[in-house]
Design a protein around this ligand. Structure first.
Ligand code: F6R
Length: 236
């Protein structure tokens, strides 16, 4: 796709098609800069009556630990502000890991149980970190299958500091969906935009499969669609 606008429109059309074909779809949702344009397009499609979210269930990939859901830096706030408040997904069908959970283990377990109870994810939308993380499954010698608490890497803390006033404000921990939920999603849509993502997209498509670059594991998934804009594509 030439531009970020075209990428966003195509991604939104892909998601809308999923919902039109299966109105009670379970969507796995991402935050960050990349899917913002897609959410905007989905809102426009909803306003024009082209897509209806009333039977849709959603599970977000991740949330910072320690942030209240009303904190503008939280992913709950992001989802509400950029998407949920504009469309008709029922509040009880929206799921985001609770960043303020007292019993973290139980929260993680309940998140997985809720995903299982909903029948698993039909379409998982992903962005990718510069270091290859998906959700907050960070590069490591091993990866976790289930929803878990993550220590964010220095690379991710630095990359995410663009949304905070200073580096010190970036939370050091998050709750993330595990690799099993992502790999068991029936379809995956991976989005990337901008020149900074060109190396990681090259690795995602043709690099060695390694837990040190979690996005490469998607090469083992049977149904992945990758959409990138021109700037993220030159090494493909
Ligand atoms: C966000 C998430 C992360 C982002 C990734 C890319 O929910 O799970 O994996 O997708 O950090 O972020 P952006 O799109 O801001 O470059």
């Amino acid at each position: 796709m030439d531009t970020y606008q075209k990428l966003s429109l195509k991604a939104a059309t892909f998601v809308a098609s999923q919902i039109i074909l299966k109105p009670d779809s379970v969507l796995g949702l991402a935050t960050g800069a990349t899917p913002l344009g897609m959410y905007r397009q989905l809102v426009t499609m909803y306003e024009k009556g082209l897509v209806d979210f009333k039977e849709v269930t959603t599970f977000n990939l991740d949330e910072y630990l320690g942030l209240d859901e009303k904190d503008p830096q939280s992913y709950s706030y992001y989802m509400h502000y950029n998407f949920f408040q504009h469309v008709n997904i029922e509040p009880q069908k929206r799921h985001i890991p609770r960043g303020q959970a007292e019993n973290r283990e139980r929260t993680c377990r309940e998140y997985d149980e809720a995903m299982d109870g909903a029948g698993g994810i039909d379409l998982q939308i992903l962005g990718v970190g510069l270091n290859g993380h998906i959700g907050f499954n960070e590069p490591d010698c091993k990866l976790q299958t289930a929803t878990h608490v993550v220590q964010l890497t220095q690379d991710t803390i630095k990359a995410n500091s663009r949304y905070f006033e200073c580096l010190e404000q970036v939370p050091r921990q998050a709750i993330s969906m595990g690799m099993a939920s992502i790999m068991q999603a029936r379809k995956v849509l991976l989005l990337a935009s901008g020149a900074s993502k060109k190396e990681v997209i090259q690795q995602a498509v043709g690099g060695e499969i390694t837990t040190e670059c979690p996005v490469t594991l998607l090469q083992l998934h049977p149904d992945v669609t990758i959409m990138v804009d021109k700037e993220a594509a030159p090494l493909l």
